[in-house]
Design a protein around this ligand. Structure first.
Ligand code: FAD
Ligand code: NAI
Length: 464
């Protein structure tokens, strides 16, 4: 009889966990994946990346159709109407297809789905629902949950988190968003496009912490131009709900005169925290760091032999593609191969219109390390963007002044999320700005703006 029920047990079937399970099975390991939800795919597929992108896409179509933006192209639409129930239904369909797709992939790769919440009994024994299983290697991929704001109770009716904001049954009159980060700006954009007045309250003096300074400023300008109100350097001191209305009390972060905002919906989006709730990590002896993340080494190994951790529950950016890449790497490490993730080259994308994307260092962070050269190219000078009347934004390339190696690329553009992949690949290959500048780019494309920004690093762009 085998010593263990499974070679590998993955806890959590989000982008980290399901990918780790599939790769482990592909490598010939007998693999199970425990998932407490009714469907696979984790936060990302069920209540994160996928439903938010579904609403971003649909609300963009509504805005284009209903606000006369298409008329200048000769497309006249009269009486465009919002059918919010249909919008939610199409979102649910996309989510269902994708979560069902993971179930298919599990079957195809012979990964056993153990349904239920997992809790460690010891470092190789886990209780999942009412069954107990053993595994030689266990991967913790339990993801993250919403960070609560002390004193602000989420009722998922008037005061919602991202999950509630993805399912509002009607368009709010006034949505107050607490937190000018990725969720606040994406979901704030959705409801603004559908007709809500949106006020974003951000504690810091700029939205989008972690992004390049110039990109943060330009993004704020664009959101304001679209009609979003941004209250930066402002803190929320309380939210009271009466019936179907909320009163949000705010004051300057540095102290000063308080004011109140009346809203019929409040979205709390001040970050997410690692999820180790109910896992009983103590029984396995697994250590957390000061931020509640499972502590790991370069190979994703915890302090306990045979126990590993990846994705949002571990340190690093809380992004689906980071979790997925770590899923592949940890499975390869468990199988005795060498799984590596280059955490210096993980792209970030905000899927607003225009999209806001970056990879590598911001100009500020790069300058802290040494001398840099910066090249910028605006979409107002890119022929395709001009033709499409889509000129908001720019590309910025940051290179090491001595070696010319690209340290960071930042893009604001309708196609930034797709374009940033080229920058990430160039950086992964150790490209210089000259390498990008001398790579032939198809014309007319938005991608030519990246080539021109790289040419601008050398002071020789052609089209500006
Ligand atoms: P998760 O996806 O959180 O999955 C963890 C799974 O573990 C969950 O299904 C949970 O039920 C399960 N679980 C937890 N504890 C147990 C237990 N004890 N037993 C059994 N199962 C358990 N990232 C992007 O890259 N792009 C985006 O566009 C994007 N959009 C987002 C939009 C929103 C609104 C939100 C909230 C997040 C978004 N993210 C996005 C972030 C992304 O969802 C996460 O980074 C990603 O899901 C992390 O993957 P993970 O596998 O680590 O964890
Ligand atoms: P976030 O960390 O992106 O932004 C939170 C914002 O809230 C910050 O700007 C912060 O300064 C601010 N804040 C914190 N406390 C505050 C307070 N008391 N009052 C006012 N503002 C306050 O977190 P967010 O938006 O909740 O998203 C969580 C994570 O989910 C992201 O960091 C990202 O990793 C992931 N995500 C990724 C997406 C993508 O890749 N497109 C989309 C949505 C989420």
């Amino acid at each position: 009889m085998a010593e263990y029920d499974y070679d590998v047990l993955v806890i959590g079937a989000g982008p980290g966990g399901y990918v780790a399970a599939i790769r482990a099975a592909q490598l010939g390991l007998k693999t199970a994946c425990a998932e407490a939800r009714e469907t696979l795919g984790g936060t990302c597929l069920n209540v994160g990346c996928i439903p938010s992108k579904a609403l971003l896409h649909a609300s963009e179509l509504f805005e284009e159709a209903s606000h006369g933006a298409l008329a200048k192209f000769g497309v006249e639409i009269e009486g465009a109407k919002l059918n919010l129930d249909q919008m939610h239904a199409e979102k649910a369909k996309a989510v269902g297809e994708l979560t069902g797709g993971i179930e298919y992939l599990f079957k195809k790769n012979k990964v056993t789905w153990l349904k239920g919440k997992a809790a460690f009994q010891d470092s190789s024994t886990v209780k999942v629902g009412d069954q107990t299983v053993t595994a030689r290697d266990i991967v913790i991929a339990t993801g993250s949950v919403v960070t609560p704001l002390p004193g602000v109770a989420i009722d998922q009716k008037v005061v919602v988190d991202s999950t509630g904001a993805l399912a509002l049954p009607k368009v709010p009159e006034h949505l107050v968003v607490i937190g000018g980060g990725v969720i606040g700006l994406e979901l704030g954009s959705v409801w603004r496009r559908l007709g809500a007045k949106v006020t974003v309250v951000e504690y810091l003096d700029q939205i989008l912490p972690g992004f390049d300074g110039e990109v943060r400023k330009e993004s704020a300008k664009l959101f304001k131009k679209q009609g979003m109100e941004l209250k930066t350097s402002t803190k929320v001191t309380g939210v009271t709900v009466e019936g179907d209305r909320a009163t949000v009390s705010v004051e300057p972060a540095a102290g000063g005169a308080a004011e109140t905002l009346s809203a019929d919906a409040v979205l709390v989006a001040i970050g997410r925290k690692p999820n180790t709730d109910g896992l009983n990590l103590e029984a396995a002896g697994v250590k957390l760091n000061g931020r509640g993340q499972v502590e790991i080494d370069h190979d994703f190994a915890t302090n306990v032999d045979g126990v590993w951790a990846i994705g949002d529950v571990a340190p690093g950016l809380m992004l689906a593609h980071k979790a997925e890449d770590e899923g592949v790497a940890v499975a390869e490490n468990i199988a005795g191969q060498t799984g590596i993730v280059n955490h210096d080259v993980i792209p970030s994308v905000v899927y607003t219109m225009p999209e806001i994307a970056g990879v590598g260092l911001s100009e500020e962070a790069a300058k802290e390390r040494g001398e840099v050269k910066v090249g910028k190219f605006p979409f107002a000078a890119n022929s395709r963007a001009k033709t499409n009347r889509d000129t908001d934004g720019f590309v910025k390339v940051i290179a090491d002044a001595k070696t010319d190696r690209v340290l960071g690329v930042w893009i604001i553009s309708s196609l930034a999320g797709t374009m940033i992949a080229q920058a990430a690949q160039a950086m992964e290959f150790g490209a210089t700005s000259e390498d990008i500048a001398y790579t032939c780019h198809a014309h007319p494309t938005h991608a030519e703006a990246l080539k021109e920004a790289a040419m601008a690093v050398q002071g020789k762009p052609i089209h500006i």
